[in-house]
Design a protein around this ligand. Structure first.
Ligand SMILES: Cc1cc2nc3c(=O)[nH]c(=O)nc-3n(C[C@H](O)[C@H](O)[C@H](O)COP(=O)(O)OP(=O)(O)OC[C@H]3O[C@@H](n4cnc5c(N)ncnc54)[C@H](O)[C@@H]3O)c2cc1C
Length: 477
């Protein structure tokens, strides 16, 4: 059983199928140095894997089994294992990840075929391989969500083969001891987080979904568990259907739509994974942007002079989380106001996001950058967002402590303070002036984005994208 981003022992068809073989079973996770070298990956993602595997192994100890972690290139690892043990079958979930993982799976498929090993790959979540369009996807998704959870018969799990001379991976100290501010994941946390959301926190879900401070409590916070597979989408979907209490209906309906979006975006990526590297709408290759290292550094470190943007970037760096609206705003600020290419910001944010999921990440980045040609372009005004969603500046003051003494009427626009007030508040040299004028920059960006939207290549590509990625009855994909 080759575990990937499906680190759980319930609702796990590959694991159950492996158990049913009734022959010695090696549970394997491969640490792939080539994958960790990718610009989008960070050791905080590996911490999630460590935590998940630790929980799985604690659970499996009662059944005389555990997941073995080996480090290296999967081809070399499987070649070596095949020599030692003679492998009959390999079971895994099909992965929709970075291009590297797709290429790796092609190589593995070739090796397994030549070595007469049957590789049984199973559908992960509601994402299908080989689709040409979305005509039937929605129906298939709902059918999959209502199928019964796959039982895993752990008491029947076969013993592992004898593990002599296998050099297991030694987890580095920085992986074992994560920072306290970062959400812990794993099987226990997954269950606890889902339970607390569905019994209490989710009651005020929609009311808080856009607010940076309170969304951290009232949103589900389930995304990293879904990314590393501690929970399947189907488990969460079905658990949410059981919440029928008064006042929950609208909240749960919105929540379940987002679970569908989760798979919808991954499906898009599954069908067009070049969007990791290129504009999904090729017409936007005509958009010219010049890299500005000063802007990028100010944005990444939370020093743009726009308090809410800076608070979000610092919060992300420290905790790995901000809510959807704030993610959309920081990407819009980068790509519109600072006029930087989304590809320069994408690895910065993916490293910060604890829940980095390639399928959602690249689609969302391009949507928020306004380069798909099919979605409404949303250019978030960083001052308005601040006034609307952090009116009292609580979130800002938490993450930008330099501004903690600034009166509320200036917290969203501290540059409006007089020189004397700034001096009095010790702001000089402590917090930067805005790196750009957001009104002027927004106006220019809007002009450019609308101009290119009418470019014939953009229009042609938009038609192609709508045909390929749009669900029936919907205009936008
Ligand atoms: C630029 C950008 C990049 C993003 N990158 C990622 C990413 O790498 N991984 C990721 O999981 N989400 C990503 N999102 C989507 C969204 O911001 C997060 O899923 C959400 O904030 C996670 O918090 P939550 O679990 O409390 O969400 P909830 O609001 O509780 O939603 C429940 C679940 O639905 C899914 N979901 C929610 N919103 C979306 C959405 N807009 N699109 C797709 N799925 C959604 C998530 O799995 C989430 O856990 C991104 C959004 C933007 C704007």
């Amino acid at each position: 059983m080759w575990f990937k981003r499906d680190l759980r022992v319930e609702d796990h068809r590959p694991l159950q199928s492996a158990i049913q073989q009734g022959i010695p079973l090696l549970l394997l996770y491969i640490q792939e140095p080539e994958l960790w070298a990718d610009d989008h990956m960070d050791h905080r993602h590996n911490q999630c894997i460590y935590q998940s595997l630790t929980d799985i192994n604690a659970h499996l100890s009662a059944f005389n089994q555990r997941v073995i972690v080996l480090e290296g290139n999967p081809l070399l690892i499987f070649q070596d294992l095949h020599q030692r043990y003679t492998i009959d079958h390999v079971f895994s979930h099909r992965e929709t990840g970075l291009r590297q993982t797709y290429d790796r799976d092609i190589i593995m498929s070739d090796f397994f075929r030549k070595a007469s090993i049957s590789w049984m790959e199973f559908q992960r979540n509601g994402v299908l391989r080989g689709l040409k369009n979305r005509d039937t996807w929605r129906k298939a998704w709902y059918a999959y969500m209502s199928d019964p959870i796959d039982e895993v018969d752990l008491p029947q799990i076969p013993n592992p083969p004898k593990l002599h001379n296998l050099k297991e991976f030694d987890w580095p100290a920085r992986i074992i001891t994560p920072k306290k501010q970062i959400q812990r994941i794993g099987l226990k946390e997954a269950q606890n987080t889902m339970k607390s959301f569905l019994s209490a926190r989710g009651r005020h879900y929609m009311q808080n979904i856009s607010k940076p401070e309170t969304s951290a409590i009232h949103c589900s916070r389930l995304s990293p568990f879904l990314v590393y597979g501690n929970l399947s989408i189907r488990q969460v979907y079905q658990a949410s259907q059981k919440q029928q209490d008064f006042g929950w209906k609208r909240n749960m309906a919105s929540f379940r739509s987002r679970l569908r979006w989760h798979d919808h975006f991954i499906q898009k990526f599954e069908m067009e994974d070049r969007m990791e590297f290129e504009h999904v709408n090729r017409g936007y290759d005509n958009l010219k942007k010049t890299k500005n290292a000063t802007y990028l550094e100010a944005w990444a470190s939370g020093n743009t002079g726009y308090p809410l943007v800076d608070a979000c970037m610092r919060c992300l760096k420290a905790t790995g989380y901000v809510n959807f609206r704030m993610r959309a705003m920081v990407v819009s600020f980068l790509t519109h106001h600072l006029w930087q290419d989304w590809r320069w910001g994408s690895p910065i944010l993916s490293k910060y996001f604890l829940d980095f999921e390639p399928g959602i990440h690249f689609s969302q980045f391009q949507m928020q950058a306004g380069v798909t040609g099919i979605n409404t372009v949303r250019m978030y005004n960083p001052v308005k967002q601040s006034m609307d969603n952090d009116a009292e500046g609580v979130f800002i003051k938490r993450w930008v402590p330099e501004l903690s003494n600034v009166p509320i009427q200036f917290i969203h626009e501290p540059w409006k303070l007089t020189a004397l007030e700034r001096k009095f508040l010790n702001l000089d040299n402590a917090y930067p002036d805005p790196i750009i004028d957001h009104v002027e920059a927004g106006r220019e960006a809007r002009k450019q984005i609308w101009m290119i939207r009418n470019h014939p290549e953009v229009r042609e590509e938009s038609r192609r994208i709508l045909k390929k990625h749009t669900l029936p009855g919907r205009r936008n994909a």
